[in-house]
Design a protein around this ligand. Structure first.
Ligand SMILES: Cc1ncc(C[n+]2csc(CCOP(=O)(O)OP(=O)(O)O)c2C)c(N)n1
Ligand SMILES: [Mg+2]
Length: 275
């Protein structure tokens, strides 16, 4: 269990990361605000409580990796990496502008701290499986974390990689599903339901955990601690989240919040609510 003080600190971080992310996307006027805001808590718990990384040595041998397979949520990653000191926070305002090092989708050749180029749904997850195999061969004791979307989980490539990860007994691989129940055109249940999602991952040979509230830092932390103890197979942690969490206009837009235009007054109000 985390100490109450730590829970408070992590929740404050989440607020700040939301603030930076909404501000950066708002500055641009358009972006994947919904999918960026549903993953704030898991990224905060990982980057501030678990990952073995070194901001002064971003390519450190044997570091833990995080691969954001739903690469369209790059802006949340940039807020975290800026806060950790990988680059100046002011650069967040260059998001997706010409010649930026902060494209809306993650690019490992541009952004310090990004370990895999992602955005073509399904591919990042396969890359994570490859990196986990590499880490086993090197025996460097790294943990490889990856996060997929629920819409992304409709990609066949996800299940090919899932099968292989279990076959290779990758207990150094911890996956998260951002189960916000929404994709580009509507709800996952309408378009191509993932249910029964827990049973599917179990059937593929994974250790599976279902986090009822994917915005609760304590529940996420417990799940990660338990996943780290699991031996002989990879773990998938299902996070029940809300797309657009924490920005009133995005939550209200429902499925319309995927890649939405945002007005300055909406940003101002949302940022004020976070203060
Ligand atoms: C292979 C591929 N097909 C289509 C797209 C376009 N696309 C980008 S995001 C997205 C929806 C993804 O939904 P989900 O995984 O639920 O992520 P969320 O929007 O909830 O963050 C789609 C279809 C893509 N990036 N890659
Ligand atoms: Mg989704």
């Amino acid at each position: 269990m985390l100490e109450q003080k730590r829970v408070k600190e992590l929740n404050m971080k989440c607020k700040m990361i939301r603030y930076l992310t909404i501000d950066a996307i708002g500055h641009l006027g358009v972006g994947h605000i919904g999918g960026c805001l549903s993953i704030v808590e898991v990224l905060v718990v990982l980057y501030y409580n678990h990952m073995n990384i070194d901001v002064n040595n971003p390519k450190m041998e044997g570091r833990d990796r995080f691969i954001l397979s739903k690469g369209h949520a790059g802006p949340t990653m940039y807020s975290i990496l800026a806060d950790k000191g990988y680059f100046d926070k002011k650069l967040l305002y260059t998001l997706n502008k010409p010649n930026t090092n902060f494209p809306s989708h993650c690019d490992m050749k541009r952004t310090p701290g990004i370990d895999m180029t992602t955005g073509s749904l399904g591919q990042g997850f396969s890359c994570a499986v490859g990196v986990a195999i590499g880490s086993k061969i090197k025996k460097d004791n790294a943990t490889i974390y990856t996060l997929i979307g629920d819409g992304e989980s409709q990609e066949g490539q996800i299940w090919e990689a899932a099968m292989y990860a279990a076959h290779k007994k990758l207990d150094n691989l911890i996956g998260f599903t951002d189960y916000n129940k929404m994709q580009i055109d509507g709800t996952t249940d309408e378009i191509n339901s993932l249910e029964p999602i827990v049973d599917k991952w179990k059937a593929f040979g994974w250790n599976v955990m279902n986090v009822e509230d994917g915005h609760n830092v304590q529940e996420i932390d417990n799940a990660i601690l338990s996943a780290k103890k699991c031996k002989g197979c990879p773990t998938m942690i299902i996070l029940n989240t809300i797309k657009g969490k924490g920005a009133y206009f995005a939550e209200q837009a429902g499925a319309g919040n995927h890649n939405m235009q945002i007005r300055p007054e909406q940003i101002q109000k949302a940022l004020k609510e976070l203060k």
